[in-house]
Design a protein around this ligand. Structure first.
Ligand code: CIR
Length: 255
């Protein structure tokens, strides 16, 4: 079984944190419809979706990806860079402990799960306003004994590393080369975002299909040309909160 942890869109989503974008009003009902469609798509391709109830105390709590890193051997609880987001971690830990042994990021580390890319035994971690070197060193100490290589990557112009690059399959990576130096992905097959679709690099690889934000048809075409099944999904409302496709789930493969 493959599990996806999600959390419903809170009533307070308009109080979300923003780093790169100016605030614009999020239509909560539209965001909820799009989020439901996201959960339905995951279910339709074989993921068991575990949806937690909305948490109005935490405006960014729909973005569960930021609360942890999940690999086969363990889950590492994050320590989000935005203080307003730290309380989101404890309830997710209670769910994750059903599936994985738990590790954690301790002070002075800060880390958002959205800064962490995992592909096989390769891990890339973005250095951003949310994720610092203390946390990267802690992740190295936890994952290297399992055989992972952990590489730290500079990111500029976007919130998270996963805004700039996401893995697809065993060796492809979708990259916006304006926001991250493509040399970090040496040895991978790089699929560059089209020049007029810079925001598209956050795609969600569900194994049987790659989900692409419907605003980026040129990128979807490029991904399909590399032989991947793909699906377009409307994700425009939560994008106003700087959330993209990977942000709304924590994926757990049964081992
Ligand atoms: C934040 O600034 O933390 C949220 N408004 C957006 C988080 C998006 N999460 C992600 O990319 N993993």
């Amino acid at each position: 079984m493959r599990y996806a942890i999600t959390r419903e869109v809170p009533g307070t989503i308009n109080d979300c944190q923003l780093v790169e974008l100016d605030r614009s009003v999020i239509d909560k009902e539209k965001a909820r419809r799009q989020h439901q469609a996201y959960c339905d798509l995951l279910t339709s391709v074989g993921w068991k979706v575990v949806t937690l109830p909305r948490e109005d105390r935490w405006p960014d709590s729909v973005f569960v990806e930021d609360t942890a890193i999940v690999v086969d051997e363990c889950a590492i609880l994050a320590r989000p860079g935005a203080e307003s987001r730290r309380a989101e971690v404890a309830p997710i830990a209670e769910v994750l402990r059903r599936y994985r042994a738990l590790e954690q990021i301790d002070p002075a580390g800060t880390l958002d799960g959205g800064d962490v890319l995992v592909q096989g035994q390769k891990v890339w971690i973005g250095r951003t306003s949310r994720t610092n070197n203390h946390a990267i060193d802690q992740v190295k100490a936890i994952l290297q004994p399992f055989g992972y290589t952990v590489q730290s990557v500079a990111v500029a112009g976007c919130l998270h590393l996963k805004s700039a690059a996401t893995p697809v399959g065993e060796r492809h990576v979708v990259v916006n080369t304006q926001w991250v130096d493509v040399s970090a992905f040496e040895g991978c097959e790089v699929i560059e975002t089209p020049a007029d679709e810079p925001g598209g690099a956050n795609v969600l690889d569900l194994g049987d299909c790659v989900v692409v934000d419907a605003r980026y048809p040129g990128l979807q075409q490029k991904i399909s040309e590399r032989g991947f099944q793909s699906e377009a999904l409307e994700a425009s409302e939560l994008a106003k909160a700087e959330g993209a496709l990977t942000c709304c789930s924590l994926l757990i493969q049964d081992v």
